[in-house]
Ligand binder design. Structure first.
Ligand code: IPE
Ligand code: IPE
Ligand code: MG
Length: 243
C-alpha cells in the first residue's frame, strides 16, 4: 500500500499514546463460534499478533504491551495451560527471527520462575537478541499480574535496604517490570469485558480505557485505528482542569 492511500484511510491523529496496553481477550469465544477447540482460538490469536505489531508501527505507536497469560490463567484446565505454553514456545520458534528483522525489541513482563528452563531460556534469548532494535518495543506480559509485579517490586526494594523515607512513586515505578518505560496511556480490551483483570494496575492509574466487542483474533488495523482515534478525543485532566 502506498503512503498516500495509507494516510487517507488512516488520517494522522492529533495525539498518540506513547504506550498502548492490549488485553487480548476472546480467543475461546472466537473458537467456540466456529465449533473449534479453544486452543485453535489461541493459535489464531497468536497469528493475529504479527499483523497487530505491523499496524502499531504503521500507526506510530512506539511501545505496545501484550497481555498474553495472567498469573490467574494457571487456574484453567491443565490441558489448556499446557497448550498455551506450547503455543508460546512455537511462536518463539517461528516468529522471533522475522520480528528481529523487522526491528521489534521484545521484552518480557512477568515472573519467569515457574516456566520450564527451556521456555525460560527461549524467552531470555529472544529478549537478548532483539535488545538493540528500535522500531517498536513489544512487551510480552506472560505469567504477568499487576499485583504480583508490585509484590516483586517491594521485595526488591526491601532487599536493597532502601530507607523507607526515600520510597516514593518514582522509585516504585523503577522497580516494576516496565522500569524506564512511560506509563501506559491507552489500554485496549477486546471481547467486550469491562474489567482490567490484574493488568498494569500501577502503570494504568491514569490510562484511558477502550473496550471493543471484537474478539481478539478479529482485531485488525481498522479497529486499532478506531481505538487510537477515541484516545485522541479524550480529555485527560489528571485531576486538574483543562482550560
Ligand atoms: C484470551 O482469550 C487469551 C488468554 C487469556 C490466554 P480467552 O481464552 O480468555 O478467551 P475467552 O475469554 O474464553 O473467550
Ligand atoms: C485476561 O483475560 C488475561 C489475558 C488476556 C491474558 P481473562 O480471560 O483471563 O480474564 P477474565 O478471567 O475474564 O477476567
Ligand atoms: Mg477471556
Amino acid at each position: 500500500m502506498s503512503h498516500a492511500q495509507e494516510s487517507t484511510q488512516y488520517p494522522p491523529l492529533p495525539a498518540l499514546p506513547a504506550h498502548v496496553g492490549i488485553i487480548m481477550d476472546g480467543n475461546g469465544r472466537w473458537a467456540r463460534k466456529r465449533g473449534l477447540p479453544r486452543l485453535a482460538g489461541h493459535r489464531a490469536g497468536v497469528e493475529n499478533l504479527r499483523q497487530v505489531l505491523r499496524s502499531a508501527v504503521e500507526l506510530g505507536v512506539p511501545i505496545v504491551t501484550l497481555y498474553a497469560f495472567s498469573t490467574e490463567n494457571w487456574h484453567r484446565p491443565p490441558d489448556e495451560v499446557r497448550g498455551l505454553l506450547r503455543i508460546l514456545n512455537d511462536a518463539l520458534d517461528k516468529e522471533v527471527g522475522e520480528l528481529h528483522k523487522n526491528g521489534v525489541q521484545l521484552r518480557h513482563l512477568g515472573d519467569l520462575s515457574p516456566l520450564s528452563p527451556h521456555l525460560k531460556a527461549r524467552i531470555q534469548d529472544a529478549v537478548a537478541l532483539t535488545r538493540d532494535n528500535d522500531r517498536i518495543i513489544a512487551n510480552i506480559a506472560f505469567n504477568y499480574g499487576g499485583r504480583q509485579e508490585i509484590v516483586a517490586a517491594v521485595r526488591r526494594i526491601v532487599r536493597q535496604n532502601i530507607p523507607p523515607d526515600t520510597i516514593d512513586e518514582a522509585l516504585i515505578s523503577d522497580h516494576l517490570y516496565t522500569a524506564g518505560q512511560p506509563d501506559v496511556d491507552l489500554v485496549i480490551r477486546t471481547s467486550g469485558e469491562m474489567r482490567v483483570s490484574n493488568f498494569m494496575i500501577w502503570q494504568g492509574a491514569y490510562a484511558e480505557y477502550y473496550m471493543t466487542p471484537k474478539l481478539w483474533p478479529d482485531f485488525d488495523k481498522d479497529e486499532f485505528y478506531r481505538a487510537l482515534e477515541a484516545f485522541s478525543q479524550r480529555d485527560r485532566r489528571y485531576g486538574g482542569l483543562n482550560s
